[in-house]
Each structure stands twice: as structure tokens, then as C-alpha cells.
Design a protein. Structure first.
Lengths: 130, 125
């Protein structure tokens, strides 16, 4: 059976709201070296057993949409939110998505012409059954 | 003495397990009858009638909880309930559905709380 991380990645790669991103732009953990922007990374926190029979579980997802400008990051909020939707991926049935909050880390100019990207950080809770 | 995790706790209603269980509270009690006389130092009691309720909190899914809703609507219907506290420890009784309340708070999932009123002797096995 596929891991929960694989299932969440599948959810994001198959989301129509993120179909402008290459498959390789959506990664667990860290952005691949040299990956062009925009890109999405995500991490999962510890899963929680929500039901007595352990058939319902939840996990908090921390996703980041990394873009070249603050405006691009801000504009991506609804697309990133909509990417998390109840469906079955890799044999794991996601039954509910509880939307969380978001923050935007603005671009920061550094020495020379370098500029760090803007990052939209978004959190949600997924309820699922394996 | 054993310690038992709640992962094996279940409760069935009308022969079918109640799905999406988040919590089960089962309470049995017997109301004492006060027979204290004047001059008694300590109060005196006799055992009175027994009563019981089971309160079940579930992740509400209408497709999975239709039997309970139907029993609540049918005022005279009663169903067999079996509460399994842990493997090999069961409480079996007949119950009616006293109430069912729903909650939809912000930033959470839909839950329902069902109260089952015991209307028979409880078989403990």
C-alpha cells in the first residue's frame, strides 16, 4: 500500500487547480535543486487516530507554494486550497478537509541582484481512512 | 489485572456496528431509596431502581447512521444494543434512542452525539 505522503502528493499532482505545475514541481519536504518556480512542497505532521476502531484518522498538512513574487504567491492561495479535496488517492480515502490558515513570506532582496522567492504557507487537516 | 486499549471498543445497534465512533460513555446506576430515621447517625438506604444510558459520539455520516435516525423517529421502536468495552467484555441490553444532536463548529468536522436509553436488564458477559 502506498504511503500517506504518496497519497497526498497524488492529490496535489492530480488537482486541476495546480495543473499548471509540472509533476516534478510538487515534492514532499524540499524543492528539488534547480526546479523552476512556481513549486509546491508539503510536509505531514504526526497522524492522529480519531475513532475508536482507528478507521478514521487525521493528519495536518503544511504546504508551501513557492513563487517568484509576493503577488504570485498571494494569487495562488485559492488554487492551493482547492487542491486539497476529498477523494481516494493511492487506496487512501480522504473523507474531509478542514481548511486552516495561511501566511505569506515576502520576497527579500539580498546582496547584488539576488532575490529570495515568496512563499505561501498553508495548513489544513485531512481526515482519511486506510 | 489487564489494561485494555480502546481500539477494540465497539457498540452495535440493532445488530449492526455504529460507524465512525469517536467516544462511548456507558453509565449504569441505581437510585438509592432514603430510609433514614430520626436518631440515625448515618443515613440509611435501600437499593432502588436501576437505570442506564449509553452516550455515543460519532463522526456523522448520514448514510451510515440511518438506522439510528429511523429509530429516533419511530417512537415505539427499540433495538438490541451491545457495548463491547474490550475484547470479551460486553454489555447487552435493549434501548431506545433518546436524542441525537449534531454539531458543525468552525474549523472542524461534523459530529453527532447519540443517547441510548436502556429499557431492559443489562446482560454483562
Amino acid at each position: 500500500m502506498a504511503s500517506l505522503e504518496q497519497a497526498v502528493r497524488k492529490m496535489l499532482t492530480e488537482a486541476s487547480s495546480l495543473n499548471s505545475l509540472d509533476d516534478s514541481a510538487i515534492t514532499h519536504g524540499y524543492r528539488l535543486f534547480g526546479q523552476t518556480l512556481p513549486a509546491v512542497t508539503f510536509e505531514l505532521e504526526q497522524t492522529v487516530d480519531e475513532s475508536l476502531a482507528q478507521d478514521v484518522r487525521s493528519v495536518v498538512v503544511r504546504a508551501s507554494y513557492i513563487a517568484a513574487t509576493t503577488k504570485d504567491a498571494a494569487d495562488a492561495l485559492s488554487n492551493l486550497r482547492n487542491a486539497f479535496a476529498p477523494a481516494t488517492h493511492e487506496g487512501i480515502a480522504f473523507s474531509a478537509v478542514v481548511q486552516g490558515g495561511h501566511t505569506i513570506e515576502e520576497t527579500v532582496a539580498t546582496d547584488g541582484d539576488e532575490q529570495s522567492p515568496a512563499i505561501l504557507n498553508y495548513t489544513c487537516t485531512l481526515y482519511y481512512e486506510e | 489485572m489487564g489494561v485494555n486499549p480502546t481500539t477494540t471498543s465497539t457498540i452495535s445497534f440493532g445488530g449492526a456496528p455504529i460507524g465512525g465512533l469517536a467516544n462511548i460513555t456507558f453509565a449504569l446506576n441505581r437510585t438509592p431509596i432514603d430510609i433514614t430515621e430520626l436518631g440515625n447517625t448515618f443515613k440509611k438506604y435501600l437499593p432502588g431502581q436501576s437505570d442506564g444510558t449509553a452516550t455515543v459520539e460519532v463522526f456523522y455520516d448520514q448514510a451510515a447512521h440511518t438506522a439510528i435516525e429511523a429509530a429516533l423517529n419511530a417512537a415505539t421502536a427499540s433495538s438490541a444494543v451491545v457495548y463491547t468495552a474490550h475484547s470479551g467484555a460486553t454489555f447487552a441490553f435493549t434501548a431506545i434512542v433518546n436524542d441525537m444532536s449534531f454539531s458543525s463548529p468552525v474549523n472542524d468536522v461534523v459530529k453527532a452525539t447519540i443517547t441510548l436509553q436502556v429499557i431492559s436488564a443489562v446482560t454483562i458477559a
